[in-house]
Design a protein around this ligand. Structure first.
Ligand SMILES: [Zn+2]
Ligand SMILES: [Zn+2]
Length: 116
């Protein structure tokens, strides 16, 4: 794996109207994620599976509005955050690297669709 630059969040913003989360990183980048995409990508053992156990979340999973509403964000050490969802789910830890990799800002969304 190529060495990855360490970036840290300066601030997080929850956009209830657009249902998006934004993070300003200390390299100046403004990252953006749709709440629904975040919930679908939840990396916890229940949603994503663990070992031989498949997760409950698939591409077809239907989420209700509570399950795709971020109430607030819990910081985990200096490497990850966990969205606290309106249905009480809060065990999905998104590392900063994962968030950067799945960034949905205009710049990154354009770059990843050009790859396909
Ligand atoms: Zn989960
Ligand atoms: Zn981005």
């Amino acid at each position: 794996m190529p060495a990855q630059e360490i970036v840290n969040p300066i601030g997080v913003e929850l956009d209830e109207t657009g249902r998006r989360m934004r993070i300003r990183w200390d390299d100046g980048h403004l990252g953006e994620w749709n709440w629904q995409s975040l919930r679908r990508a939840c990396p916890c053992a229940l949603c994503a599976g663990e070992g031989n156990l498949p997760g409950v979340v698939t591409l077809e999973t239907y989420f209700n509005p509570q399950q795709t509403t971020v109430e607030r964000v819990k910081w985990i050490g200096r490497y990850a955050l966990a969205p606290i969802w309106a249905d009480g789910h809060d065990t999905g830890l998104f590392t900063y690297l994962k968030l950067r990799a799945m960034c949905e800002c205009d710049e990154h969304a354009a770059a990843s669709s050009a790859d396909r």
